[in-house]
Design a protein around this ligand. Structure first.
Ligand SMILES: [Zn+2]
Length: 410
């Protein structure tokens, strides 16, 4: 089976360089694809009452010490130093020391806690749902890096909900609805659930872990989903519900995750004012539907063998004319589709029509409109779908309708 990096080469999506191992150089076509995925997620998160935020990628060591990441996760973080002179250095000493004052965030949790704590919170604001396309860095071992499937820098749909314990079941139900809706839109019909329990290395008392684990299990059971239990595989701050999708090659990929966390609210002393005017501690829920967007795109390319659904394809349709006489009509079609914000391309390379179709097929462009003199005279076009043998003669209005229908509606 072809590797996603081969499709990326044929489609001119992205490449890797040895001076930035585990990090992606996105090309114009690839960034279009990335933006289509991101825009869908933004839309769905908004529809489920999440507010988008953005936080810095570097946060101070003292914050990571407080969150527990410095102690439990430091090997996996990129520590950023600031250059300074040693305290005892002479005035003319040119040597410098690097102070490890910051770390690049491996996840956005402490940053969203900072947003929560930026002013006094009321029960009226809860559940408070924040989401970020968080740029995360994790210092994975170089031998484990594998295209988009394991990276050192990636963007994840990083969401946090601050709420009451009584809200948790509703939020899990909401999360599973988003998972179902989004996975289906990308062409996945099946996924499975796993509940990962407390790991050896963890924050907090057993009493809090008992509460969080039983709450998660009860919520998933009451929603009628079957699941598997995985001892020792939870996050260090809470148990995890993990979603794995099945691709068309029978492989399973863990992508979505939802975590119940009583520990970080305690560590950061989070509180809101309740109906009685008293301070109450929220529960923190962590969620990601896709996880790393780069990895999601890698899995998607392999699942569809590069032939992506029209709504997400970087170039949705190419218009190729057979003769110079037809080129004015081809340009008119192109301009009209661009007006409708369809990602269309006017294909101007020389060569026979079969050569043009071969080149466009290699780039996995899902739709090709062929325009010859006959089509120019009748103001029609000949539409071919990649991977299907039939061709269809249609008017421009019919093509417009077909393309607009392929856009997703949520
Ligand atoms: Zn988190």
């Amino acid at each position: 089976m072809a590797d996603h990096r081969e499709f990326a080469r044929d489609m001119d999506l992205f490449h890797f360089e040895e001076h930035s191992p585990g990090m992606v150089f996105w090309h114009p076509q690839g960034l279009r694809l990335f933006h289509s995925v991101e825009n869908l997620m933004r839309h769905v998160y908004q529809a489920h009452d999440f507010e988008e935020v953005r936080s810095p990628i570097a946060l101070s060591r003292s914050l990571w010490e407080r969150s527990g990441h410095w102690e439990k996760f430091r090997q996996g973080m990129f520590v950023v130093g600031s250059v300074a002179k040693a305290d005892n250095a002479a005035a003319d000493d040119e040597s410098a020391v690097i102070r490890p004052d910051y770390a690049l965030k491996p996840m956005s949790c402490p940053a969203h806690i900072a947003i929560y704590q930026s002013h006094k919170r009321s029960y009226r604001e809860h559940p408070m749902r924040l989401m970020e396309f968080g740029i995360c860095h994790r210092n994975e071992l170089s031998g484990t890096l594998s295209g988009c499937m394991r990276l050192r820098q990636f963007v994840q749909d990083d969401a946090h909900i601050f709420c009451r314990e009584s809200d948790v079941q509703g939020e899990i139900g909401n999360f599973l609805k988003m998972v179902q809706q989004i996975y289906k839109a990308f062409g996945y019909e099946q996924f499975s659930l796993q509940i990962s329990l407390r790991p050896q290395q963890r924050l907090g008392s057993d009493h809090l872990w008992d509460r969080a684990e039983s709450l998660l299990i009860a919520a998933v059971q009451s929603l009628g989903h079957s699941y598997q239990l995985a001892p020792n595989e939870g996050a260090f701050y809470g148990p995890k519900l993990e979603i794995s999708l099945q691709d068309q090659w029978g492989r399973s990929w863990q992508c979505g995750t939802f975590q119940i966390d009583f520990n970080l609210p305690q560590v950061f002393d989070l509180a809101f004012v309740n109906e009685q005017g008293d301070l109450e501690r929220p529960v923190m829920l962590h969620q990601a539907v896709l996880g790393s967007l780069e990895r999601w795109i890698g899995i998607l390319l392999e699942h569809h063998r590069g032939i992506l659904p029209v709504w997400v394809a970087p170039t949705q349709i190419a218009i190729a004319s057979i003769s110079d006489k037809a080129s004015i009509w081809a340009k008119a079609i192109f301009s009209r589709l661009r007006q409708l914000q369809i990602r269309a391309e006017l294909y101007n390379e020389d060569g026979t029509i079969s050569k043009k179709i071969r080149a466009l097929s290699k780039r996995r462009i899902p739709l090709i409109a062929i325009v010859g003199e006959q089509e120019a005279n009748s103001q029609t076009l000949n539409l071919r779908c990649l991977g299907a043998s039939e061709q269809q003669e249609m008017s421009l209005a019919q093509l417009e309708q077909r393309l607009l229908q392929s856009n997703l509606k949520f």
